[in-house]
Design a protein around this ligand. Structure first.
Ligand code: ZN
Length: 375
């Protein structure tokens, strides 16, 4: 990278991070965050469009898609981050320690997932603009409801995206790592219908739905089924009273697989196991499933990976292609034909009250994003 490097405004970045963290933005309630980000994007010269994702998924805000003219010397690039946070997320406060650690007050998440990415993207653009170093068009997608398996990005019309490469900072890792693969995640629900009867007077006349469910679960290997493939039963509900043979039991679970087809095969096997047990019990079964996100594999030699690695090396970071076993908006973008990677985004212990970031990592993130925008 021979370009002149952008200098990141550390203080502005930290202030911006803290201001954005203070905005409540749980999934489906991103309105205030979207309004503030629209203001900030417009001030930077972006044109901003909000789609109708809110009304389509039951939220109060759409996805924001913003484009900035920077020049045609280089092809446009897409930067994507999500506006929502997991709960508890009301009245978040970012507390800055002397050593540069930033954490919440402990009673909420911090929201560095994914405000770190949002504030770093904005800072990277602003620094490049001020220093007259921006030579390409930048596209930004700030999505809603990523934390609910990318349901916001899933309804976004990706045909408006001109970029062929997407950078999605949304990962707890070390700068230099690029997430090049993520799994398919399937959710399933098994509703078992037995027959109610008095547990003492006429147990013979009943069909115990809980017993059938237990037998079915017993037949399934749970946890890591094989390398790159997991299955879990996460909830079970059934029965009314201890003196009634229960006529209903509902179980919900998920399957994750590095390979989409393998995950689908395990789903079929799961349904079969429930069906054969229910048949043996004389119980009914309603089995339903849903593909939450589909696996992607970005080749290690793809342009999106080599561009990121080039920038990381220039900034002294050790590069590494890694896999994750969680989903992100990149699963959705990949399905729409956009070649992307997920990047570490200065967040740690996410989805907990212990979530934190550091000033140093935030600055390094903004620096790398600015580097990408220039390279
Ligand atoms: Zn995230």
């Amino acid at each position: 990278m021979e370009e002149e490097r952008a200098t990141i405004n550390r203080e502005r970045l930290v202030n911006s991070f803290r201001e954005l963290v203070a905005i409540d933005s749980p999934s489906l309630k991103e309105r205030n965050m979207a309004d503030e980000l629209t203001r900030r994007l417009l001030a930077l010269g972006f044109s901003v469009r909000e789609d109708n994702a809110g009304s389509r998924i039951g939220g109060n805000s759409g996805n924001l898609f913003a484009t900035l003219r920077g020049g045609d010397a280089l092809p446009p690039l897409l930067f994507c981050a999500h506006m929502d946070t997991v709960q508890p997320a009301r009245s978040k406060r970012a507390i800055l320690e002397n050593d540069g650690t930033i954490h919440s007050a402990g009673d909420t998440v911090l929201g560095a997932d994914d405000v770190s990415a949002i504030s770093a993207i904005l800072e990277a653009v602003q620094s490049l603009q001020e220093q007259r170093l921006l030579k390409r068009d930048i596209e930004v997608l700030f999505s809603v409801s990523e934390e609910t398996y990318g349901t916001g990005a899933a309804v976004f019309d990706c045909s408006v995206i001109r970029s062929k490469e997407a950078y999605v900072p949304d990962y707890d890792g070390a700068h230099g790592q690029a997430v090049v693969s993520a799994p398919t995640i399937l959710a399933f629900r098994a509703e078992i219908t037995g027959k109610a009867s008095h547990a003492g007077f006429a147990p013979e006349r009943g069909v115990n739905a809980i017993s059938a469910a237990a037998r079915a679960v017993n037949r399934l290997k749970l946890g890591r089924v094989s390398p790159g493939l997991t299955r879990n039963i996460g909830t079970i509900h059934g029965g009314l009273l201890t003196n009634i043979v229960p006529d209903a039991c509902v179980m919900e679970g998920e399957i994750r697989g590095e390979k989409h087809e393998k995950a689908l095969r395990l789903l079929q096997q799961t349904q079969k196991a429930f069906q054969s047990v229910c048949d043996a019990f004389g119980a009914g079964l309603a089995f339903s499933s849903k593909c939450l996100v589909q696996a992607y594999h970005t080749p290690a030699d793809a342009a999106v990976v080599s561009r990121y690695f080039r920038v990381c090396k220039a900034y002294g970071h050790k590069t590494e292609a890694v896999s994750t076993f969680g989903g992100s908006d990149n699963n959705i973008l990949a399905q729409r034909g956009i070649s992307g990677i997920v990047l570490p985004s200065a967040m740690h212990a996410c989805h907990s009250g212990a979530e934190y970031t550091t000033v140093e990592e935030l600055c390094r993130l903004a620096e790398l994003l600015a580097g990408l925008m220039q390279t």
